[in-house]
Design a binder for this molecule. Sequence first.
Ligand code: GLU
Length: 284
Amino acid sequence: MSGITCRFAPSPTGRLHLGHAYSALSAYDFTRANGGRFLLRIEDIDEGRSRAAFADAIFEDLQWLGIRWDAQPLFQSTRRTAYAQALETLRSLGAVYPCFCTRRDIAAAPSAPHGPDGPLYPGTCRHMAEADRERRMAAEAFAWRLDAQAAAVQTGPLSFTNLGRRVEVDPGRLGDVVIARKDAGTSYHLAATVDDAFQGVSDIVRGVDLLPSTHVHRTLQALLGLAAPDYHHHALIAGPDGERLAKRNGAEPLADLRAKGWTAADVRTELTRLAASRASADLA
Ligand code: GLU
């Protein structure tokens, strides 16, 4: 085995479809081609949306695809203490601040700048008198947000590698993004960054839709003193309508394809076809 360690990290909030299969197989094939270790992580921090039955279905789908993992899967719901400790470190560095805003407050703010996923947080709670902050923390629910500017001052210039190329970090790529949600005490960004380090992940293969998040993850790694993995963001598979495959546009679950008699080899053939049609659309 080489020194590399990779992972697939699905959220058990629905059934896997061809888009997930593409991501999982890309990560798995990369790992095996490099003689590395392949790990599975179940990202179940969202208690309202995660279901044990979906996690079981993920294991079944991945096994059917021929994917095998080299350690027990890690469930993020068991890792809350580690996330709380990391958040405490970020607080002590002054890299996060409490935010009391509701979605409605943010939507109504006059000058919300735009990011890849819509309006960025306008910074309403960034500068608040300490006494107000303490009073509200005692009385209201709040999230913790990254103070992207303060973080940048702390870390100095950063970069990461994506597909072998250096990318300069823009710590504000997602603005003052939520690091610990009001309802969950952590966020995808914090939990994934802490766990990639905990699991010794050296190479992260995932969709290019998460490239903006990597700017945040690299910033958190620097603040928390964690090693930086190499990234390999792959293009996304599109459906027949040219839109990326996703639950919301009705991508067919792998279990349904299996019930129709598809094999894992059929999935690979279909993914190759979809990737080729994407490539020719790019050239057109
Ligand atoms: N749970 C995330 C997702 O399903 C994982 C993203 C990642 O690979 O970092 O999108």
